[in-house]
Design a protein around this ligand. Structure first.
Ligand code: CO
Length: 432
């Protein structure tokens, strides 16, 4: 916070010296300009509605709407454009994704109605009273849990990001996305509540030599992935709640696996079965899918962890800068390797970098909000952010990533994102 204030002062100091006036006059001039804008721009609206100062607005002159008794609350109708957007798959009905509107995100938490979704065979409608979790394979005692059984066990709540490993996959080849929602919106962050998977395995008793676990979902694709036993015992969770309420159907109701920092598809939704084994199970989703093709024709398998990544969410192509002057650049950084240590921001395409302020708390494997004050001089600019995590990993430039991974990959695209600001204030997605 201290750094942020210092940086802000520095920013205003620059504009003061440029204009050769003292701070007070700059402030007055600044606010005078804003006031002038309001009066000139909205005079017509004021005479039409009478809702602007100094008039008393219409919504103060009569009783408001009914209270919310018996109603699940929804956002203001004026926020109706803040919704998930995506596309279904024409070839495989039920397969598709819907992305989080990061351009409207504030802070680090994604509200439940905006958490991204990715499904392979639609959203099953599951009666929790009929849902079961079976634990079998290399365990001393195979077990079947009802939801009520799971609710009785010691619980844990943790804030973590969730990112699809295909997030931004189209950006490998061209600066495809016209919005940060499309380029990075397979990304959300929630408080997840459930039971530590280690608790379940202590109950069932894992046999010697059991190194892998198959997790299976109860959707029509029977989504299956193999996870290492080490991860299962480290921090894996059986989750039944997100952000203080039951999971949403599209996010796995009534029960999902959650693997902090791992690619999203590993956190199997609608979890119905865990089979313990000595070897990975080589399911469809880890052989034909979710592998990373390399330039030499081989493929990386079991690339679980999401490496450090960041993106500026404001300003982004979803926005337009109306006039030169002060803007707060704001964005999100995250890493599967632990905590974000630092985020640098460039406004000149990566030639110069400044350290952004990180919003506390900075949590392990959670979204971290960063901010940097910026004076836009009205000239073309290229905005970039670069994340560094506590393991020392630095988010790569696009050319560094392509040099290492080639052009045949789809998953784990985490290159530095460039937003080009034109003199007109329009913002576009570019490869810089
Ligand atoms: Co992977």
């Amino acid at each position: 916070m201290k750094n942020e204030n210092k940086a802000m002062q520095g920013e205003f100091a620059d504009s003061r010296s440029a204009q050769r006036v003292d701070g007070r006059r700059t402030f007055l001039r600044h606010s005078a300009a804003l006031t002038a804008g309001l009066v000139a721009g909205e005079a017509a609206a004021q005479s039409a509605t009478g809702n602007l100062p100094p008039n008393v607005p219409a919504w103060m002159k009569g009783e408001g709407g009914a209270l919310s008794d018996g109603v699940y609350g929804l956002p203001s109708p004026f926020e109706k454009n803040v919704v998930r957007r995506g596309r279904g798959d024409q070839v495989m009905p039920g397969s598709g994704s819907a992305m989080t509107p990061l351009q409207s995100s504030r802070g680090m938490i994604t509200p439940n109605g905006l958490v991204f979704e990715r499904s392979h065979a639609g959203i099953p409608r599951i009666d929790p009273a009929q849902h079961r979790l079976m634990v079998h394979g290399m365990v001393r005692q195979p077990m079947i849990f009802t939801m009520d059984d799971l609710m009785r066990l010691p619980s844990v709540s943790r804030i973590h990001f969730l990112e699809c490993s295909g997030n931004g996959s189209r950006e490998w080849r061209t600066p495809f996305a016209k919005s940060v929602q499309v380029s990075h919106g397979l990304l959300s962050c929630c408080e997840w509540t459930g039971v530590a998977l280690s608790t379940i395995f202590e109950e069932a008793g894992v046999q010697a030599g059991a190194e892998w676990v198959l997790a299976e979902g109860a959707d029509a694709s029977a989504m299956t992935r193999s996870l290492p036993m080490a991860k299962a015992l480290e921090d894996a969770m059986l989750v039944y709640a997100q952000n203080g309420e039951a999971l949403r159907p599209e996010n796995g109701y009534p029960l999902r696996l959650f693997l902090p920092g791992f690619e999203g598809n590993m956190s199997i939704k609608w979890l119905r079965r865990l089979k313990v084994g000595a070897e990975p199970f080589m399911s469809r989703e880890e052989t034909s899918k979710y592998t990373d093709s390399l330039p030499d024709g081989t493929a990386r398998l079991f690339t679980f962890s999401m490496d450090a990544k960041s993106v500026i969410t404001y300003p982004a192509p979803d926005h337009k800068l109306a006039q030169r002057g002060f803007y707060e650049i704001s964005g999100l950084a995250w890493t599967g390797n632990g905590r974000i240590r630092r985020v640098d921001v460039s406004t000149d395409g990566g030639r110069n970098w400044r350290e952004a302020a990180l919003q506390e708390p900075v949590l392990s494997r959670a979204l971290t909000r960063f901010r940097l004050p910026w004076q836009w001089d009205g000239k073309p600019a290229v905005l970039q952010s670069r994340a560094l995590d506590e393991s020392g990993y630095v988010q790569p430039t696009r050319s560094q990533l392509v040099a290492q991974r080639g052009m045949n990959s789809n998953y784990h695209y985490n290159a530095i994102q460039s937003w080009a600001v034109a003199a007109s204030g329009e913002i576009s997605n570019v490869h810089a």
